[in-house]
Design a binder for this molecule. Structure first.
Ligand SMILES: CC(C)(COP(=O)(O)OP(=O)(O)OC[C@H]1O[C@@H](n2cnc3c(N)ncnc32)[C@H](O)[C@@H]1OP(=O)(O)O)[C@@H](O)C(=O)NCCC(=O)NCCS
Length: 169
């Protein structure tokens, strides 16, 4: 097994891997068009030439990056592939001089193994402004926010226009 940066011809397979876990809400659904646009965020996991897993690192700035869309095909789980993907994304974050990596998950134990600690989503305003504020589960979020590194001290994204209304709803 090895990881490598994804290229556009991998997009269809990445779409299939994510879609397999998007139906039950384990992963956020990603369209093929979004995956193509963000292909440079993705790392794939290969075994014998076949792609068996993927993950992405979204960069906000040196203060924050987010691990997203991480998955290993069900038949290949439990062999260290998920750990390899997270480590490859952490290495990329280090290369980009990112001080804090965050993620939202329903499998916190897997990420705790890899040095992530639970956090408050309010500690990650960029993530909230980008995704959470438009999520139908904003007031009933069942995902655990986790971070590795120093919490960001500022946000780079503007507060959404409906932010106060959303908070008070
Ligand atoms: C979570 C996932 C990526 C893990 O991939 P994997 O290849 O099975 O993980 P690994 O074999 O690298 O496991 C690494 C360690 O984490 C542990 N682990 C794996 N999955 C776990 C889980 N769901 N809960 C708790 N611990 C878990 C393993 O026991 C292993 O521990 P060890 O190093 O002490 O042996 C994989 O189960 C998956 O694709 N799940 C569906 C999608 C998903 O939930 N993605 C995460 C959403 S944020």
């Amino acid at each position: 097994m090895r990881t490598r940066k994804a290229i556009l011809p991998d997009a269809q397979r990445i779409h299939g891997l994510i879609s397999a876990y998007a139906g039950d809400g384990t992963l956020l659904p990603r369209t093929l068009a979004e995956i193509c646009k963000d292909i440079r965020d993705f790392v794939v996991l290969e075994d014998g030439g076949a792609i068996i897993g993927c993950g992405a690192l979204h960069l906000y700035g040196t203060h924050l990056a987010e691990i997203r869309s991480i998955t290993v095909a069900s038949a290949a789980q439990g062999r260290g592939g998920g750990g390899r993907l997270v480590k490859a994304l952490m290495a990329e974050a280090k290369k980009q001089r990112v001080g804090c990596i965050c993620l939202f998950t329903r499998t916190p134990d897997f990420f705790a193994h890899l040095g992530f600690k639970t956090a408050q989503r309010e500690d990650l305003p960029d993530k909230i402004y980008k995704d959470c504020h438009s999520c139908p589960r904003f007031h009933a979020c069942d995902e655990v926010a986790m971070v590795r590194g120093e919490l960001p001290k500022f946000a780079i994204l503007p507060e959404p226009a409906n932010w106060l209304v959303k908070l008070q709803a």
